[in-house]
Design a protein around this ligand. Structure first.
Ligand SMILES: O=C(O)c1cc(=O)[nH]c(=O)n1[C@@H]1O[C@H](COP(=O)(O)O)[C@@H](O)[C@H]1O
Length: 234
């Protein structure tokens, strides 16, 4: 049965042993797993296979951003691996996203394709330096509209933008939100952050949590505490 939890735990480790040690403390009924650039660059597709064998649904977060042909081919390969979700950068544009969607559909594995709008580590001053003289929310709305028009399944954004995006794009368009910080945990390099209960109230579908769970002294307890904070709110 598919996992019903909104939590995706980011296993941002370099080595398979570290990642699997944390995965073994987690329950595939209580969370999905995100494999990102660090782990995938070191360990490759075998880490996906190992997580699938442990019955986790996997979000392969490689944030592809390249010409349409290259991104479409890469997304097709990711879908062939049977991952639950894969992502691209929306700023790669409509033709890139449409080609990626087509390739994912052709794989026929039901993989969800989403696009990153504005990284949760960025704030207004970062956008200004890129020549974008606007608030993150305005750029997020623009890229989310382009993502939806390009036929993708949803976007990565911050939970702070969810109350605006959810009514705009509806229940079927997934909002996947990193930058989640349980009360008391360090923001680190994240800028647009929110607590798990606030994120659910804001309308997010899935929240990505890395360091607060994966680097906790007891990842299982850290995940259970997040789930308890959500149950207390329901
Ligand atoms: O696509 C992502 O997953 C992503 C997009 C984004 O805008 N911000 C962001 O933090 N992420 C990823 O989400 C995870 C957040 O990890 P923590 O900050 O440790 O909770 C990292 O693996 C990031 O690569």
């Amino acid at each position: 049965m598919a996992c019903q939890s909104p939590i995706i735990v980011a296993l941002d480790f370099q080595y398979r042993e570290q990642a699997l040690e944390v995965a073994d403390q987690l329950d595939p009924a209580k969370c999905r797993i995100k494999v990102g650039k660090e782990l995938f660059t070191r360990e490759g597709p075998s880490i996906i296979k190992a997580l699938h064998q442990k019955r986790f649904e996997v979000f392969l977060d490689l944030k592809f951003h390249d010409i349409p042909n290259t991104v479409a081919k890469a997304c097709g390969v990711a879908a062939d691996l049977g991952v639950w979700m894969v992502n691209v950068h929306a700023s790669g544009g409509r033709r890139m996203m449409e080609a990626a969607r087509k390739a994912v559909d052709q794989a026929g594995t039901g993989t969800q394709l989403i696009a990153v709008t504005v990284l949760t580590s960025m704030e207004r001053s970062d956008l200004t330096e890129l020549g974008l003289d606007l608030e993150p929310i305005d750029q997020v709305k623009r890229l989310a509209q382009l993502t939806k028009d390009s036929g993708l399944h949803g976007v990565v954004c911050s939970a702070q933008e969810a109350p605006i995006l959810k009514p705009m794009f509806g229940a079927d368009f997934s909002l996947v939100t990193p930058g989640i910080r349980p009360v008391g945990s360090e923001a680190g390099d994240q800028r647009r952050v929110m607590t798990p209960p606030d994120a659910v109230a804001a309308g997010v579908d899935y929240m990505v949590i890395g360091r607060p769970i994966a680097q906790a002294s007891n990842p299982r307890v850290a995940l259970d505490n997040v789930l308890k904070s959500l149950a207390a709110q329901a």
